[in-house]
Design a protein around this ligand. Structure first.
Ligand SMILES: [Zn+2]
Length: 308
């Protein structure tokens, strides 16, 4: 079980009444985005688009939600300069996905992986969270967001200030290095120093086993604890909010339907269509950062009184 992800340790989201938006604000927000954000009519239309044919907007849907679970993918990190969720050592730098067996057996595979990582990890290490990550932090601190389930390995949710106990990394993290034999973990920065010093196939200093980032490789099962945690929060949510994921990689692609079956609403914010758009209560085709920022601002406007 992921530390901190059990029912006993995740507090229920806040119970702020749903009537704390003024009539004026609601009139504006019915269009989807506060007018000061300056969207054009086309953006407003996209923001308000509902796949189910209902007159519901994203804000209408999120307003009563108190146990939002955000399912985030690469699209929330592109505005932070992260080109692909696989990150250093992934497909986009090695040209082909290494399998676990290939990685274990072939020093050449490992050298290619570490060569790529030496050059590209600094970009991941210094990436800065964007307005989308910040908006989810704001929703969490207001008691509206139960958890984030992410396909990303970049650690930007935690860097933005999300409670690490509420961030479930389905595909692991690029910021931790793990020994394939003894399981010992260490910060990526320590291994990065060895790469820069000239090592091309760094081995575990305890057992001599092969090292790699604590991310999943192709054909590898997802971390069981993360999967259990993701299922648990999904089934506890009242709104499953997909952000920046095309929902084509399982099991993340299955979580929205499980949430729906358990009674949650489903919102999808993604630049491109997804296979689950027809199942969603609201679909928004837009960039994650500005849309999430507008949503959080709208939901939290004047809503801090219960905590004061
Ligand atoms: Zn080891």
């Amino acid at each position: 079980m992921c530390p901190g992800l059990g029912r006993a340790t995740i507090a229920p989201a806040g119970t702020r009444p749903p009537d704390d938006l003024s009539t004026d604000q609601t009139a504006v927000l019915g269009k989807g985005i506060p007018s000061q954000m300056g969207p054009n009519d086309d953006e407003r239309d996209r923001f308000a688009h509902s796949a189910g044919g209902h007159a519901t907007t994203l804000i209408d849907l999120a307003e009563p939600a108190r146990r939002i679970v955000a399912l985030t993918g690469a699209g929330i990190s592109t505005e932070s300069g992260i080109p692909d969720y696989r990150g250093p050592g992934g497909v986009w730098e090695t040209g082909r996905p290494p399998t676990l067996g290939d990685f274990r057996e072939n020093a050449a595979t490992r050298r290619a992986y570490w060569d790529g990582r030496r050059d590209r990890y600094p970009t991941m290490a210094t990436a800065v969270p964007n307005a989308g990550h910040a908006a989810l932090v704001a929703l969490e601190r207001a008691g509206r967001l139960l958890a984030i389930v992410t396909q990303n390995i970049d650690g930007l949710h935690q860097k933005a200030g999300s409670d690490p106990a509420r961030v479930i990394e389905l595909h692991g993290t690029t910021h931790t290095i793990r020994c394939l034999d003894c399981g010992r973990t260490q910060p990526a920065a320590a291994v990065q120093r060895r790469l820069i010093a000239g090592e091309r196939d760094p081995a575990c200093s305890v057992c001599g086993g092969p090292l790699r980032a604590a991310t999943i490789l192709f054909g590898e099962p997802l971390p069981a604890a993360a999967l259990r945690g993701a299922l648990e929060v999904t089934l506890s949510s009242d709104l499953l909010f997909v952000v920046g994921s095309s929902l084509v990689v399982n099991p993340a692609a299955r979580l929205p339907l499980l949430a729906k079956r358990a009674g949650a609403r489903l919102a999808i914010l993604n630049r491109t269509p997804t296979p689950l758009d027809a199942e969603a209560d609201v679909v928004v085709r837009a960039e994650a950062g500005s849309t999430l920022a507008a949503l959080a601002a709208a939901l939290l406007a004047g809503g801090n009184d219960e905590r004061g």
